[in-house]
Design a protein. Structure first.
Length: 137
């Protein structure tokens, strides 16, 4: 399959919070930290795909918070680097703060993962539609 947008480009765009189709910085509304644009303003890619589309990003955010933040805090307390009281305080604050800071990346990474598995679904990678047919894949 000949792809105009390669898997390498999808990964690079996902890691830098860009549209997976055209590379524009248009996933989030300007001036907003958490509000996602329904469509890319440059190429029209539908970003908000359907109800529940955010659940994958939510799960990804939860998993990264658990693995990258909460688990190391627990391990540091177990090995005596700091007290369990400190671990509870730091873990509690981080369990709220880390997901908020990671929100934009988790949304972008979820889109990246979707199109990494199904790159042919990107509008740039769709074949031309023959006359008289629809664009359903």
């Amino acid at each position: 399959m000949n792809l105009k947008v390669t898997r390498g480009q999808i990964i690079a765009r996902g890691l830098s919070n860009r549209c997976p189709n055209c590379g524009a910085r248009s996933l989030f509304k300007e001036g907003s930290l958490f509000e996602v644009n329904p469509d890319c303003r440059e190429c029209g890619l539908k970003i908000e795909r359907d109800e529940g589309g955010f659940l994958g990003a939510l799960s990804l955010n939860y998993g990264v918070t658990l693995v990258a933040f909460v688990t190391p805090v627990i391990l540091l307390a177990i090995f005596g680097v700091f007290s369990f009281r400190t671990a509870i305080i730091v873990g509690g604050i981080g369990a709220i703060g880390f997901p908020a800071l990671f929100y934009r990346s988790s949304r972008s990474w979820w889109l990246m993962n979707y199109y990494l598995v199904l790159p042919q679904h990107l509008p740039a990678n769709l074949p031309p539609v023959p006359k008289g047919e629809d664009e359903n894949i």
